[in-house]
Design a protein around this ligand. Sequence first.
Ligand SMILES: [Zn+2]
Length: 88
Amino acid sequence: MAGGWSKDGAVQDQIDASIKDAIEQAKSHLPEGESLTHCEECEKEIPEGRREAVPGVRLCVQCQELLDEEMNEASLFNRKGSKGSQLR
Ligand SMILES: [Zn+2]
């Protein structure tokens, strides 16, 4: 475990690197600036805990979930699309 020379160590380094990349990517997509006190979509109050947990938050939990669902559906659709094009 401790030896960085082993094969396992190299694999772990690679995993660490890709996790870092993923975090950097995720960070670049996070909203910046001050959290909104009220949801941008429905103008409901955003709980303080959420504002602290998600810096720059602009949506309440409900609207964020709706948005996430839409994004999930979009990526599912894209996957189907690329699969279809592979099969011609
Ligand atoms: Zn909302």
